[in-house]
Design a protein. Structure first.
Length: 251
């Protein structure tokens, strides 16, 4: 009887130990599945978007470079001192004081630029009358204005395209996230969800980071260009008035 009790106790203990081991094993498996895979960061987010996601990032990078180049170009070229050189203004005024349109036109040819083109349009048509010269000046000013604003308008294009690409990346990231919910389980599911949602947020942020300075710069340089154009037209009219006061110009 005593032997039977000992055998029964050993059997119960063995069963208890086996059950405890099974519980520990189950908990270890669950912990392993719950532990997310290590994600290195932005590189994984870019690679996780696939070929389409890579194309979006390349597009955003291209827009970023274009915005930077256009802003630098506008800073260097849309300046009153560059478009309306003081040297040219003084030389033309001296020629007008002498009453010589030919000399004034030559000064414009020696210093080419938007302001020189507007003045030349007036000087070349002054023989047909001052009204005709003023009309030619207006047409030339419109043409120079359009040339000047062409590059600035590209900033507006970049500012509108960047958030659209960011939104497209957001949509792709959400599509991939919902697809992951239906097709993946375990630790891989959590890691893929993190990557897909990160892509959605990263692309949106990147698009806005590019768009905000691009649109801000567009309005700033557009207003500066408009101011420069008005200054050119005003100075040109002053030159023509000075020529008119001299009477019939010496061509």
């Amino acid at each position: 009887m005593k032997k039977m009790l000992i055998i029964l106790w050993i059997a119960v203990a063995s069963i208890a130990v086996a059950q405890e081991a099974e519980i520990v094993k189950s908990e270890s498996v669950q912990a392993a599945e719950a532990a997310p895979e290590e994600v290195s960061g932005f590189t994984d987010v870019v690679q996780g978007g696939g070929a389409f996601g890579m194309a979006l990032w390349l597009g955003l990078a291209g827009l970023s470079l274009a915005a930077g180049a256009l802003i630098v170009d506008s800073v260097l070229n849309i300046r009153t001192s560059k478009i309306i050189p003081k040297t040219l203004v003084s030389l033309v005024r001296e020629a007008i004081e002498d009453g010589s349109v030919k000399k004034a036109a030559q000064r414009c040819k020696d210093v080419p630029g938007p302001y020189s083109n507007i003045l030349l349009a007036g000087f070349e048509n002054v023989e047909d009358g001052f009204d005709s010269a003023q009309d030619a000046i207006g047409i030339a000013a419109d043409m120079e204005s359009e040339k000047m604003l062409q590059r600035v308008n590209y900033l507006n294009v970049v500012g509108n395209l960047a958030p659209m690409l960011g939104l497209l990346g957001t949509v792709q990231g959400m599509i991939l996230a919902f697809a992951t919910l239906g097709t993946t389980s375990g630790a891989a599911k959590n890691a893929l969800l993190a990557i897909n949602i990160s892509q959605a947020l990263y692309t949106t942020a990147a698009g806005l980071v590019i768009a905000v300075p691009a649109i801000g710069s567009y309005f700033f340089f557009r207003n500066r260009a408009a101011k420069v154009i008005l200054t050119m037209e005003s100075l040109t009219m002053e030159v023509m008035k000075g020529l008119k006061k001299k009477g019939e110009p010496n061509v």
